[in-house]
Design a protein around this ligand. Structure first.
Ligand code: SAH
Length: 227
């Protein structure tokens, strides 16, 4: 069974967007994963298919109605659907490589994309939505955040990345940032490739990479070393 993604959004035309290209796009075309984007507005109320209303208690902006979002979820996701239902939200559990691995190992995801001020709290509780954040900043909508969740999952699916190994050596996989990469030409604008990488001594190369990885992590992200 392939990884299947259902997106609930007010802007289904944004999908697949960048996910239709390169690695994720090739995998989509090959059926390694599947994607459907459903319009929440199809479940909107009245002639104008209204999906939002003003916040109870006052304040700026609009809130996506719980009844409308619940209808959209119920119409598109069977009650016994095994996939986790995620809600993109700056209040959510931070997306990490570990979390991505968990999601990628499962049957897929249902992702609700918020807009405006967000969604009525009651639908989060009633439909068991798991809030996920892609970082400590605020986007105007959940669609690009959903794409980030999908892109990071899809590249881990079996057969998506050319070389299986390249998934496990990268940044974050061992709470370390990656060592620097070089390729041809051997010297460029007076900058040579470090000699050790051209030495052919694999033990030395591995040690150098390990040390660089530690150094860069210490300099840039000391918080990772404490995890
Ligand atoms: N009023 C909200 C922000 C709403 S932003 C607050 O202060 O928390 C509109 C929508 O963009 C959100 O509902 C969510 O779906 C999406 N979004 C914004 N920032 C995000 C982030 N860092 N991670 C994931 N989704 C985000």
């Amino acid at each position: 069974m392939s990884f299947s993604a259902t997106i609930l959004t007010l802007y289904p035309d944004m999908f697949p967007g960048p996910l239709g290209m390169s690695l994720s796009g090739d995998a989509l075309a090959r059926g390694v994963w599947s994607l459907e984007a459903k319009n929440i507005r199809d479940h909107g109320l009245g002639r104008h298919r209204t999906v939002d209303d003003t916040p109870a208690g006052g304040g700026p902006g609009m809130v996506i109605r719980c009844d409308v979002l619940a209808s959209a979820i119920d119409a598109n996701v069977a009650a016994d659907d095994p996939r986790p239902k995620l809600l993109m939200s700056p209040r959510g559990k931070p997306l990490t490589q570990g979390y991505v691995r968990e999601l990628a190992a499962g049957p897929g995801v249902v992702i609700v994309c918020g807009r405006f001020e967000g969604v009525d709290e009651r639908v989060i509780e009633a439909r068991g939505l798991q809030e996920v954040s892609i970082g400590d900043y605020v986007l105007s909508g959940g669609e690009m955040a959903a794409m980030i969740v999908l892109d990071s999952c899809v590249r881990l699916l079996p057969g998506v990345m050319g070389k299986e190994a390249s998934g496990t050596e990268e940044s974050f996989e061992s709470n370390r940032l990656e060592y620097p990469h070089y390729t041809r030409p051997r010297e460029w604008e007076g900058r040579p490739i470090p000699d050790v990488l051209l030495s052919g001594n694999h033990a030395m190369i591995e040690r150098w990479r390990h040390e660089e990885s530690e150094r860069i992590t210490r300099e840039r992200r000391p918080d990772l070393l404490e995890r």
